[in-house]
Design a protein around this ligand. Sequence first.
Ligand SMILES: Cc1ncc(COP(=O)(O)O)c(C=O)c1O
Length: 397
Amino acid sequence: MHISQLAKGIAPSPTLAIDAKFKEMQASGIPVIGFGTGEPDFNTPANIITAAVNAMNSGATKYTPASGTVALKTAVCEKLKRDNNIEYSPAQIVVSNGAKHSLTNIFMAICDPGDEVIVPAPYWVSYPEMVKLAGGKTVLLPTTEADGFKFKPSELENYITPKTRAIILNSPSNPTGMLYNRAELEEIAKIAVKHGIYVISDEVYEKLVYEGEHISIASLGDEIRELTILVNGASKTYAMTGWRIGYTASNKALAAAMGNLQSHATSNPNSIAQAASVEAFAGDQSIIGTMMTEYRKRRDYMVEKINSIPGVSCIQPNGAFYVMMNVTELLGKTLYGKVINTAEELCEDILEKALVALVSSEGFGIDGYARLSYATSMENIIAGLDRIEKYVKGECK
Ligand SMILES: Cc1ncc(COP(=O)(O)O)c(C=O)c1O
């Protein structure tokens, strides 16, 4: 059976793989605890569900314009003005099937074969594979825990070549939870404008900020707004992961190109989910406060507990809902009669012996860490971290 080189060259998503394994174990009755998933454990708010039901009852069940309804694009523009202080017109918005689809459109629209995209590491697992799908080349810009997993804007220029098309900025970040401040963003903007490269600003975690402030780089001036491709969506902010609504805001030429691509690939995103998203972006925003109070409690507990367990540690993330647990002290050691050499081997052993699902950091472009999501109940967090402690102390069977 023939499979294309392109498809064969794409790695499966390690975060979805661990989630699938976790669900499989759960379904067969194994009492496993999952820290793998990047999905709010809250329900979609009732006002959004009602908007979807009303949309179905009033006949919003047909094709819409391929790049989204005028009503939703208008609601997105109003949101970007209200929350991010950026002026966009509906012609600059493309609504897609989740931010993941928006990102795929972006790389397809900006990369010619061999064009380079700078990706700071650790990165969200899908970026390099998406760049590859579009025929582009990922150039990694490594960061360290000692620097808070942030690159220094002054380093950025060393990675820019005549083939560079864009840099990805994901603040707050998956997997590290770090956040760039205004001064850093101003410096990054200056470099992007100087070299005429796009900034792909993935802001899907913008509302999940515990310390500091989320700033959209596009709000820092007209020149950088022209070069910014802002990506956001409904999934993380409104607990709407299954509804699949994301969007881009960009210059008009790029928006037209992405809309054109999408019109042939998928046509419009689901019409009912679009109507519901108008309510999400424009209606009652109280779910955000409710989720934030809960996430903050969980983060504080998780950070303190991890740092009390010998052999592992973490820095405090300021946003999103992930913690990067440093496991380097455990590597090369013999645990349960076996030498554990990599974070991946460690995570596999923890899943087997402690029944806790973590995502090892290799898929995020860095060695020696495991990512834990605290988008799960406090009860699971307490029990799961107790199991990790038992494992590390050699007390599992
Ligand atoms: C950094 C980042 N960007 C984009 C996405 C995609 O979100 P969605 O496609 O659900 O809108 C995710 C999801 O995990 C993410 O973590």
